[in-house]
Ligand binder design. Structure first.
Ligand code: ADP
Ligand code: MG
Length: 728
């Protein structure tokens, strides 16, 4: 059970079942709503006054090519009964005065008559359903609907509440919805939810509310859901946005405060140590930026305060080498360094990379004239005896470098002297996670976080307020060109054949290729091509005779490792994979990547996927296959990726669309993430304000005695943990 200190947080944590009943609560899972708090933070997508109609053309433009559940308020222009009994259907033409939208109903004659009667009660109604395409014109098949009449709503028993809103001249919120939850059921549930919050006092300290000029919580909930004006809605929304900014910034401010009270063991390195030997053996010269980052890290490792540094740089920018040099400094100083990867596969790959980079220095001091260090891998899927042996080496200090998933940070692992923790791929890992490792004993390890999702510095300062930042912007020389092209598979179906032919040509030249698809197989919930089917189709068709292998997350760990090893050795020509290859695989011989249903991936994901090719001397070709039409947001994202390989430019474009939760590293699908509304760029001012206030909160109350503040912090951390557990 959660230990809430305020009645408001306790109430907000109420399971939805208690509020709306089990059946409706189940339907809300599709909207990521599990508690009363989730429900009340579900904001209307559109706010309409009683006299508005939906802009149908804009709606269509925004949803072209996809099959979203939409709700429209529209006029009924025509109602026609088509066909003959018993196969009749009702065809309805909806309009906003400019655009048109069809709606079709099928059913028995008596039902057809009934619907026809309802539809004729008024010339205006709200229609909710899945937007589909029929002969290229937009259609709602069997939408749920309510008609707005002077006497209220007809068509749905639940429409009554909304009818009341319209008749008082106020606004109707159209909510995000699913097949099982039309917008008015959402509205009705929220109405029940609001009653549960009545009379509870606001958990946010009054002085904070005053300083931020935000309204009181219960009032904010009422204002966003039942506004009597647009400015009332905006006021309410601002409070809910501020809640999210406040929670994260206060949590960080306390963490920063906490960190500043801790000490770390200085790790000074030695003059003639492993680091020196490593640098001597490096087959290339470090770039200026690598040297600068290394210098910043070196000086921080030598301090008595724990280092908290973010090392950001695109895939292939040379972060691993920088991190390894930091690890060697710590090993040279007699301590241990631990590298944490987001998945087992990546942990194993990191271990291979590090072992390879270290060469004979990874021999535990047996070769190389008496020095060297031992690398130990620790993952969840190891056998008990292998794990026991690894734990022994970690505890005795025989292992200088430990590599694993976040399980290495659990209490079960005893280090002899942990001096540095390097966390790879922060964006997958979670800001909150960092601290779980910091709570080992009096002196804390130094922490280096690496991320390949570049974050503009201004944002990094605001969001990662508790980290110092080093950035690698210029990749080491010797990178090859990569040309990216968007292939419209509807418009140019023959280009797809050409793509496969091109894969064949690359392989004939001795190169290798990746084919990426969004799904594993048909049982996946996502739409889009699946790797299993695709591999079958390719190997019996256009890529017949090539050595193909399938790689995805549901394969056993040993099989995954084996396939990657074979690809790295060159024993596989074409790897047909899910996005799991997005980080870690390093095969400079791979020159081509075909991404199917590319619109199913996000910008940064595409950028990272593409980072797998052009890693060697050979120029690369990346093809983004899509059926997203020209002009749609999905298509624009792809065009942006094709237009540049500058990860920072892409990140800027992408960031504007993302929620802060994603940037903070909480999983994007994270169901519990409380950062539902906040967007980093849009709300930079509010985040800044929250940051200032958070600093004052900590100054006034270092021990976190305020019950409301404690609940905000506890809430955000619990959600982040839950998201992480789910992602693991
Ligand atoms: P990241 O971890 O940022 O994705 P890596 O550290 O894995 O990047 O580096 C990518 C590749 O570039 C590796 O093969 C690495 O050995 C190589 N590399 C790193 N730094 C340099 C450099 N200064 N000059 C040439 N090659 C480098
Ligand atoms: Mg790396």
């Amino acid at each position: 059970m959660e230990q809430w200190k305020t009645a408001a947080f306790r109430r907000l944590a109420t399971p939805l079942t208690t509020v709306v009943g089990a059946a409706t609560a189940k339907a809300f899972v599709g909207l990521n709503c599990e508690t009363l708090g989730d429900l009340l933070r579900l904001l209307p997508r559109h706010l309409m006054s009683g006299t508005d109609v939906t802009d149908i053309q804009a709606l269509i433009a925004a949803n072209r090519g996809s099959e979203e559940y939409v709700a429209v308020m529209a006029r009924v222009a025509r109602v026609d009964v088509k066909g003959t009994v018993p196969k009749q259907r009702l065809e309805v033409r909806l309009t906003d005065g400019r655009g048109w939208l069809g709606a079709t109903f099928f059913g028995r004659a008596s039902l057809i008559q009934y619907w026809q009667r309802l539809l004729s009660q008024s010339d205006r109604g709200i229609f909710a359903g899945k937007l589909g395409w029929f002969n290229d014109s937009p259609q709602l098949a069997h939408p749920a609907f309510v008609m707005i009449t002077p006497d209220g709503f007809v068509g749905s028993a639940q429409g009554a509440k909304m009818a009341a809103q319209v008749s008082t001249g106020s606004f109707i919120g159209l909510y995000p919805q699913t097949a099982k939850l039309p917008t008015w059921t959402v509205a009705e549930s929220i109405d029940l939810g609001l009653a549960h919050m009545a009379g509870l006092s606001d958990p946010m300290p009054a002085w904070v509310r005053d300083a931020a000029h935000v309204s009181e919580l219960e009032q904010a909930f009422r204002h966003v859901h039942q506004p009597s004006s647009e400015s009332e809605f905006e006021q309410g929304r601002r409070r809910l946005l501020f809640d999210e900014a406040f929670a994260t910034q206060v949590a960080m401010a306390y963490r920063r405060n906490d960190a500043s009270t801790h000490t770390a063991v200085p790790r000074n390195g030695v003059a003639q140590g492993l680091l020196g030997a490593f640098d001597e053996r490096l087959p290339f010269a470090l770039t200026q930026e690598q040297l600068a980052a290394g210098e910043a890290i070196r000086s921080e490792l030598a301090r008595t305060r724990p280092m908290q540094r973010l090392l950001q740089g695109e895939v292939g920018s040379g972060k691993t080498v920088v991190a390894l040099r930091a690890m060697l400094t710590v090993v040279d100083s007699g301590g241990q360094a631990c590298l944490v990867a987001p998945t087992e596969v990546l942990a194993q790959q990191q271990a291979d990379t590090v072992t390879h980079l270290l060469g004979d220095l990874a021999q535990g001091g047996l070769l190389s004239g008496g020095f060297g260090t031992e690398i130990v891998v620790l993952t969840g899927s190891m056998t008990a005896s292998a794990k026991g042996e690894a734990l022994g080496r970690i505890a005795s200090g025989q292992a200088g470098i430990i590599i694993g998933t976040h399980a290495v940070l659990s209490k079960a692992v005893a280090f002899r002297d942990l001096g540095l923790v390097v966390i790879d791929e922060q964006h997958r890992f979670g800001v909150e996670q960092r601290n779980s490792l910091a709570e080992r004993g009096a002196a804390r390890p130094h922490v280096l976080v690496m991320t390949a999702t570049p974050i503009p510095r201004s944002v990094a300062m605001t969001v990662f307020g508790d980290l110092d930042v080093s950035t690698l912007t210029n990749p080491p020389q010797g990178r090859a060109e990569v040309t990216t092209t968007v292939v419209d598979v509807q418009l140019h179906p023959t280009w797809v054949d050409r793509a496969w032919a091109r894969v064949g040509e690359e392989v004939a030249r001795g190169r290798q290729a990746y084919v990426v698809a969004p799904r594993i197989d048909l049982t996946d919930a996502h739409e889009g091509a699946s790797v299993v089917e695709l591999a079958e189709r390719l190997s019996s068709g256009p890529l017949h005779g090539l050595r193909l292998a399938v790689l995805h997350g549901r394969l056993p760990a040993t099989e995954k490792a084996d396939i990657m090893a074979r690809f790295t050795r060159g024993d596989i020509d074409v790897l047909v994979a899910t996005s799991m290859i997005e980080v870690g695989l390093d095969q400079p011989n791979a020159t081509m990547m075909v991404i199917c249903d590319a619109d199913r991936f996000g910008v940064s994901q595409l950028h990272q996927l593409r980072g797998r090719i052009g890693r060697g001397a050979f120029p690369g070709v990346c093809l983004l296959l899509t059926s997203a039409e020209d002009g749609t947001p999905a298509r624009e994202r792809l065009e942006a990726v094709a237009a540049t390989r500058d990860g920072f430019a892409l990140a800027q474009a992408d960031l504007a669309q993302r929620r802060e939760g994603d940037v903070l590293g909480m999983s994007q699908s994270g169901r519990r993430s409380s950062l539902r509304l906040l967007r980093v760029l849009d709300h930079a001012d509010l985040i800044e304000l929250a940051r200032d206030i958070a600093r004052q909160v900590v100054e006034r109350d270092r021990a976190m005695t305020d019950a409301g503040v404690a609940d905000y912090v506890h809430d955000i951390e619990a959600r982040a943990d839950a998201d992480l557990a789910e992602a693991a």
